[in-house]
Design a protein. Structure first.
Length: 289
């Protein structure tokens, strides 16, 4: 088994290889002057199980092309099997044609992954209408979850927690974490009165007195949903707020905005950033044994 760190997977790949006591190789990726990608394996591939570790954040389209090029090259060089480990996987939200003429990007990227890989492993994919990876990919697939790691972190570091889901889409995350911790939870729900007037409130009465409020979701992107939820809870006396997420995408100054709102943000390191306090490398390593 050869663990290969792609350009956005090196932060995890080296640790995964060490935990598995397997050889680590870093993919050589450069660009031509016109920004076309060029990549190279500097180690023998023939006959090996090649694990490509790539997390799709920031320059996502470059990451996609690089990963497909790497998989095709590994096969051409004689790899016995090529597996994609994608701590964060992109293009899952566009899983149907919402408006006439739109690309169903999930379908397109899945076809390419099916063609170039033997198996794909993803941590907490952002699924909506498609409930399992088996409905997306024809190849073998495995969905991992960082929930137990988040639960462990909360148990060790936060007393008297109450779990809050910032919207109904986060219901399953909030409920599972609360059940494993053994604490209460609630969900924020939106009531729209007009295009500009939206009320956000808890879906049930809950005692917040002396509690540490924990928002939890699979990802934080712009942070706008969390900001609305925090503002609503501040009106009813909430003080200390911590926002947990598996994937810290954190675009459009989301982290700065959440800090300004009085929130602490903690994520896993599926995407490396200042908030990545929870390590998923062992979770991935165990899945490869």
């Amino acid at each position: 088994m050869l663990i290969v760190g792609c350009s956005h997977g090196t932060h995890l790949a080296k640790s995964i290889a060490k935990k598995l006591n397997k050889k680590y190789h870093e993919l050589e990726v450069t660009k031509f002057p016109d920004s076309e990608l060029k990549l190279r394996f500097n180690t023998p591939i023939k006959g090996k199980y090649v694990i490509l570790v790539q997390s799709f954040y920031e320059n996502i389209n470059d990451c996609v092309v690089e990963t497909l090029f790497a998989a095709e090259t590994a096969r051409d060089l004689g790899a016995k099997e090529v597996i994609l480990v994608a701590p964060y996987f992109p293009y899952l939200r566009q899983d149907k044609r919402f408006n006439p003429g739109e690309c169903i990007s999930l379908r397109t990227i899945a076809k390419n992954i099916d063609e170039d890989f033997d198996k794909v492993i993803i941590i907490d994919p952002h699924l909506h209408r498609e409930k399992t990876l088996e409905h997306i990919f024809r190849i073998k697939s495995k969905k991992l979850t960082a929930n137990p790691l988040i639960v462990e972190y909360i148990k060790k570091n936060i007393k008297n927690p109450v779990i809050i889901g910032p919207d109904w889409e986060s219901y399953k995350w909030a409920q599972k974490v609360a059940e494993e911790i053994g604490c209460d939870f609630a969900i924020m729900e939106k009531k729209r009165y007009s295009a500009r007037k939206v009320e956000v409130k808890l879906h049930k009465k809950i005692d917040l007195n002396g509690k540490n409020l924990i928002f939890i979701d699979d990802m934080i992107s712009t942070g706008n949903t969390l900001l609305r939820a925090i503002a609503a809870l501040n009106k009813i006396g909430a003080k200390k707020v911590t926002c947990f997420a598996v994937h810290g995408i954190l675009v459009e100054n989301a982290l700065e905005k959440l800090k300004k709102a009085g929130a602490t943000v903690i994520t896993t390191n599926t995407i490396p950033n200042k908030t990545a306090k929870i390590d998923v490398s062992n979770l991935i390593a165990e899945s490869l044994k």
